[in-house]
Design a protein around this ligand. Structure first.
Ligand code: 1GP
Length: 232
């Protein structure tokens, strides 16, 4: 497994199923973010993933693929994140898809570029929650138990608190970070301003900015500087 993400503080997540102009992509890739992650819950195909990778490769920024569909595993990324939806009620998204993918690609995989992400899905109203039938009715103890399960039982290098589409409970984010010893805490959801970026960066190791890129590009780009100036 790789730990190339060990010092990332800020990440932009790009959805291959959404349109982005060349100019916007250039601003994103030259923004100073630590990495660009390509991923999405629906409509991700081999073709739209290859297209986006080729466009990102014009720049030097690190580029990871978060594998969401086994039809869309594209070679040529620096890193591959494999999400495991810990609170999914549909086992397809815990081990099912992964099992099928490894049946097909297992012998070809370069494991030095792969890292598992233990996802804890918090927003019932998000595409990922619907897709995985996630049980999002989690109290603090539930969320903490999932974080321990990811880190201690499964030795996952990343715990990902996914509030996709809504800004989360920063106290909870902070508490979970406090109990992790080795795993890195990724936080994503609703970061669309400098202020929210700063708040989230104070509570998580790495913050992920997604939707705002498509809705409020200037504000989304400003999150990079907000995180860098907040330090580590
Ligand atoms: C989505 O966690 C990321 O997977 C980012 O969430 O799109 O709400 O920024 P947003």
């Amino acid at each position: 497994m790789t730990d190339a993400f060990a010092h990332w503080r800020h990440v932009f997540k790009l959805d291959p199923d959404k349109e982005l102009s060349d100019e916007a992509l250039e601003r994103i890739c030259l923004s100073g973010t630590d990495a660009v992650v390509v991923g999405g819950s629906t409509g991700v195909t081999f073709d739209n993933t290859v297209d986006l990778l080729a466009r990102i490769r014009r720049y030097e920024v690190s580029c990871a693929l978060e594998i969401s569909s086994r039809e869309a595993i594209v070679p040529g990324f620096d890193l591959y994140f494999v999400p495991v939806a810990l609170n999914a009620q549909d086992a397809e998204w815990i081990v099912g898809q992964h099992h099928q993918a490894l049946k097909e690609y297992g012998p070809l995989l370069d494991w030095t570029r792969v890292a598992a992400e233990g996802y804890i899905i918090m927003n019932a109203d998000s595409a990922v929650a619907r897709l995985t039938s996630a049980n999002t009715q989690l109290d603090d103890k539930d969320a903490e138990a999932y974080a321990r399960l990811a880190e201690q039982l499964f030795s996952m290098p990343i715990v990902y608190l996914e509030y996709s589409g809504t800004f989360g409970d920063m106290e909870r984010v902070s508490r979970i970070r406090g109990l992790l010893r080795k795993a890195r805490l990724f936080y994503g959801g609703g970061i669309d301003s400098r202020d929210k970026a700063r708040q989230a960066a104070a509570c998580a190791d790495t913050i992920v900015v997604g939707n705002a890129l498509y809705e409020r590009l200037d504000d989304a780009l400003a999150t990079v500087e907000a995180v860098k100036s907040a330090g580590s």
